[in-house]
Write a protein that binds this ligand. Sequence first.
Ligand code: UD1
Ligand code: CA
Length: 460
Amino acid sequence: MKRYAVILAAGKGTRMKTELPKCAYPLLRKPMIAYIVEHIVNSQAVDETVVVVGHKRQVIQDILGKSVTYALQEEQLGTGHAVMVTKPYLTDPEGDTLILPGDMPLIDDQTIKHALQEHHDRRHDLTIVTTKVDDPEGYGRIVRNESGYLEAIVEHHEASFSQRTINEINTGIYVIKNSILFEVLDKLDNNNLKKEYYLTDIVHILKRSGHVIGTYYLKESFKAMGVNDLYALSIAEAKLRLKINQDLMIKGVAMINPETITIGQNVIIEENVIIHPNTYITGNSVVKKGAQIGPNTEIHESIIGERVVCRHSLVYNSVISEDTSVGPFAHLRDGANIGPKNRIGNFVEVKKSTTGKNTKASHLAYIGDATIGENVNFGCGAITVNYDGKNKYQTHIGNDVFIGCNANLIAPILIEDNSLIAAGSTLNKNVPKGSLAIARAYQVNKENYLRDKKSTNGEE
Ligand code: UD1
Ligand code: CA
């Protein structure tokens, strides 16, 4: 028996009032829909995931890639209609299908696992996951009869005044037997205020035909929070941020002013790390023992070694090895790979370059497309001239090289070990081992120049 998950992500998200399709919106720099797929995978309870896409579907497909199957809903005619288009993909008639909305980023793997388990163990035809919330505005209400059995789900818009006081709501998570799913979907109509095919209507239809419908009650209601507008997105993000930061602090990561610190869900931070205010660490980043990050630092998809100090800086897709200091105001990007015990100081940009140990670029430098050895001093204002307007070229610098201030190294260029580049030089030729390279105009002093000039102006 196969277990499927269907995620509904074809909607525009009209209430977001912006361009991006709703399910692509990020929390802690990761799209909503990616959380859901990840939790499904982690639950180990689902064999195949089908995502219903429609509005701006390429955006969703770019996020999830080949990890899931896509079903296309050309026109968004409602949540019931969205499930209909998955018919060709849910091929096992004996299977169960878990249906989830794509705007529920706080859901976790345990809820997914337990909902499927409960549905199976209790032999339900349909299981609805419900929860109770303080403010049920916008959610479908769970209407029960006097004996407490589920009667119907009534959408907020359709609910009577008394039904609106019900605070048990439909989370939008369902588990249903494939053997009845498409049969019941065929019976849906759109005779309602929104003129949509509501998935929620399957409840009273199945009820009438005598099917076994059960509910699975989710205690922690925040996990089922639906994000319909940008305010809700900020609340969901704040909850997630708080949870991640709490877990990290308990594991020995110190945070100064934690409410200003954003750590992505896939980030690994070892103990004895100190994170200062206004810092973002996101993507699949790793921060090793004893590092100090921030304040005002962004690290994305990067590895930060032990005891690194990184202040007021941007680090994207890069590696910083142990005992190196970065910043303030440094920018490392696109595969910068900084060796141990380096110093990458004020206003230094490093792109697609590697450095060996003990190398320093302490101020105002640009290092792009370069490999730099050990014990190199890259002087203030020195730059690799890597781009001629069309192509990028490589700079190779050996070990124990001293690059004087304001040098321009016009790539492609090789500077061998133990060389010294005089300040202000503009080099366009390779420098052999152990050389002093000077490439600048000689200084000319025109003596008494000032006095002569003044006298011709008649100023004396
Ligand atoms: C839905 C439920 C409501 C529940 C709430 C939980 C219905 C009719 N209502 O309301 O009972 O309490 O979720 O959060 O199901 N979508 C499509 N195609 C469509 C329409 C929607 O793929 O034609 C997708 C959306 O992209 C979204 C999800 O389905 O990810 C839910 O749609 P949304 O409009 O947010 O439903 P709600 O009004 O929140
Ligand atoms: Ca919703």
